[in-house]
Design a protein around this ligand. Structure first.
Ligand code: F6P
Length: 520
C-alpha cells in the first residue's frame, strides 16, 4: 500500500493540520553535545501519537537495528551502511579488527609525521563525501590551532587545484588522494596535476609524498602509490557518511589524533542516544519528524540551514550532499514511488550574513522555508559583546519568522512617521510579515570536536529516519551516474568526432569546442 494511502499517514496528516499554533510552548530536547529547541515546530499530543504510529507502521525499530547491526540498510546495493561502526569505541566484532587496525594506522602515520616534523602542508584531493566532511571539520576546528595548513581541491576545473597549491611548499606537502571508488574523475585528474607540480618543483620521488584513502586498493597500487601509504575504507560505508574513517586523515593531520578521537566520541555518544532514547526524547527522530511534517504535509520545498557561527560555514554544502544525495529520490523498496513529497532542497548560509542575503525572501516570500538555526553558547574569542549580538540576531530572526507582523502592527508603525493616512496604509501593506514560519534551534555549549561530532551524527540519523518514514534508501545515489555517463560520451566525441544523438544546444557546443580544439 502506498504510504500516502496508509492509515498512519492519514492520521499523521490530520494531526498535523489540527496542531495548535507553533511557538505556544517551550519544547526542548537534551542530547549529547547539544540541545534541540523544537518550540517553533508543529506539536500536539495527538501529533506525537500519530508520529509514533507512523514510525511503527514504517518499521523504524527494525530498520534502526539493521543500521547498527550492519544489516542490509542499503538494499539496492545489498550493503550495510555501517558508519556507526567506524566511530564505536568497541566496533562490532565482524568489522572490529579492520576498523581498529586502520584507525591505528592513521594515528601512527600522524604520530610519525608529527615526530619527524614532516608535511607542514597537506593537499587533500577528493570530492563529495571524500571532501565535504574533512573540509567542514578542519575549517570548523582550526581556530583552536592547526598544526598544518590543509588545502582542499575537489573540482576538475584545474583553477581549483592551482589555487589550492598556491604558495604551498612542494617539498613539504603531503598529497592525499581520497576516493572511495578510485575511479572518480576529479580526484584522479587533480592527482595528475599535483604529481606534475611535485615533479616540476624537483621533488626527488614525488610518489613518496602521496597517500591514498580508498576502498579500491588495487587501483591505488596501479597508480603507483606505496602500499604503506594506502589507507583502506570499505564499501559498507557510504561516501557521504565516511568522514569517521581514514577519509578523516586530514583532520588528524591538521588538528591531532586527540581531536579526531573526540570527534568520533561525540558521534558515538549521539549514536547511543539515537539507539536508546525514547522516541519523544530522541533528538534525531524528532528533528526528522519535524522535517517530514514541513516537507510532506505542509509542502515546504526546501530547508534552510543557518549556522550562526562562521566556523560552521561548510556545514551547508556538507548537509546538502548528505540530505539531497540521500533523500532526493522517490523509489521505495519495491520500486513504487513514495507518493508523498520526499527530500527537500537544502540551502543556507552562516548568520548573520544570511540576514543580508536572503532573509527578505524568508520573511516576506509567499511561502518561505523552514530553518535550522545552529548556535554555540560560548565563543572561542574574547569579544563577549559581539557574541551576544550574534545570539540576539539569531533569536530575533527566529522570533520574527514565527510571530510575523500584522497589518495593524505595521500600520501603527507607518502612521507614527507618515502624516498622510493613505500613504501610511499603503506603506503598511509592504511591511506585513506573514509569520508562522517553522524553525528548529540547535544549541551547542561550544564548538569543539566532541560537540561537532554529535551535531553531524544528529543530521546523519535524522536523514536515516526520514528515509525510513518515506520508505526510500538513503544510502545509494543512482541519480549521479547518468550525468557522468553522458560526460564520458561527450568526451569521446571531443576526442574523435562522431555524430551521436544530442539535443541541438549540446550538439552546437560540442561542435564549437571540437572545432576550437582541433584549430589549436
Ligand atoms: O557524487 C557522487 C559520489 O559518488 C558521491 O556519493 C561520493 O561521495 C563522491 O561521488 C566521490 O566518490 P569517491 O569517493 O568514490 O571518489
Amino acid at each position: 500500500m502506498p504510504l500516502s494511502n496508509s492509515p498512519a499517514w492519514q492520521e499523521f496528516i490530520a494531526a498535523t493540520r489540527s496542531a495548535p499554533k507553533r511557538g505556544e510552548q517551550l519544547r526542548l530536547i537534551s542530547a549529547p553535545g547539544l540541545r534541540l529547541d523544537l518550540s517553533a515546530q508543529a506539536y500536539s499530543p495527538a501529533l506525537q501519537k500519530a508520529e509514533a504510529a507512523l514510525l511503527a507502521q514504517q518499521g523504524f525499530d527494525a530498520a534502526r537495528a539493521r543500521l547498527f547491526d550492519g544489516g542490509n540498510a542499503n538494499w539496492t546495493e545489498e550493503r550495510a551502511a555501517w558508519h556507526t561502526a567506524l566511530r564505536a569505541p568497541e566496533p562490532p566484532a565482524m568489522v572490529a579488527k579492520a576498523v581498529l587496525a586502520e584507525r591505528e594506522r592513521l594515528r601512527e602515520f600522524v604520530r610519525k609525521a608529527d615526530a619527524a616534523g614532516r608535511y607542514g602542508c597537506v593537499l587533500h584531493l577528493g570530492i563529495g563525501g571524500s571532501d565535504w566532511g574533512p573540509r567542514l571539520v578542519t575549517r570548523a576546528l582550526r581556530h583552536g590551532g592547526a598544526r598544518r595548513e590543509v588545502r582542499f581541491a575537489s573540482n576538475v576545473d584545474s583553477h581549483s587545484v592551482a589555487d589550492a597549491m598556491s604558495r604551498l611548499d612542494p617539498h613539504d606537502t603531503l598529497v592525499i588522494v581520497a576516493s572511495k571508488s578510485f575511479t572518480t574523475t576529479e580526484p584522479l585528474a587533480n592527482a595528475e596535476v599535483a604529481m606534475n607540480w611535485l615533479r616540476d618543483a624537483g621533488v626527488a620521488d614525488p610518489i613518496k609524498q602521496v597517500v591514498a584513502v580508498t576502498a579500491n586498493v588495487e587501483a591505488a597500487l596501479n597508480l603507483g602509490i606505496l602500499p604503506d601509504h594506502i589507507f583502506q575504507i570499505w564499501d559498507w560505508v557510504g561516501g557521504r557518511y565516511s568522514l569517521w574513517s581514514a577519509i578523516g586523515l586530514p583532520i588528524a593531520l591538521a588538528l591531532g589524533n586527540d581531536v579526531f578521537d573526540q570527534l568520533l566520541a561525540g558521534a558515538a555518544t549521539m549514536d547511543e542516544h539515537f539507539r536508546t532514547a525514547p522516541i519523544e526524547e530522541n533528538a534525531p527522530v524528532q528533528l526528522a519528524l519535524a522535517g517530514v511534517v514541513n516537507r510532506s504535509v505542509l509542502g515546504y520545498d526546501s530547508l534552510v540551514i543557518a549556522p550562526y557561527d562562521s566556523r560552521l560555514y561548510h556545514i551547508v554544502p556538507w548537509a546538502q550532499q548528505l540530505e539531497m544525495e540521500s533523500l532526493g529520490k522517490v523509489a521505495t523498496a519495491d520500486g513504487s514511488p513514495a507518493g508523498v513529497p520526499t527530500g527537500p532542497a537544502v540551502w543556507g548560509m552562516s548568520g548573520t550574513d544570511c540576514q543580508h542575503t536572503f532573509f527578505q525572501w524568508m520573511h516576506q516570500d509567499t511561502a518561505g522555508a523552514p530553518v535550522d538555526f545552529i548556535l554555540c553558547e560560548q565563543p572561542a574569542h574574547a569579544y563577549a559583546r559581539h557574541h551576544e549580538l550574534l545570539i540576539a540576531n539569531c533569536l530575533a530572526q527566529r522570533s520574527a519568522l514565527l510571530r510575523g507582523k500584522t497589518y495593524e502592527e505595521a500600520l501603527a508603525e507607518t502612521s507614527a512617521t507618515e502624516s498622510d493616512p493613505e500613504r501610511a496604509r499603503l506603506l503598511a501593506r509592504h511591511r506585513v510579515h506573514p509569520g508562522g514560519r517553522p524553525s528548529s534551534l540547535i544549541v551547542l555549549p561550544r564548538l569543539e570536536a566532541y560537540t561537532l561530532g554529535a551535531l553531524l551524527a544528529l543530521y546523519e540519523h535524522k536523514v536515516f529516519t526520514q528515509g525510513v518514514i518515506w520508505g526510500i534508501n538513503p544510502f545509494d545515489q543512482w541519480g549521479v551516474e547518468f550525468g557522468k555517463a553522458l560526460a564520458k560520451s561527450i568526451m569521446h566525441e571531443l576526442d574523435s568526432p562522431q555524430a551521436t544523438e544530442q539535443d541541438p544546444s549540446t550538439r552546437y557546443w560540442i561542435d564549437a569546442i571540437a572545432r576550437r580544439s582541433s584549430a589549436s
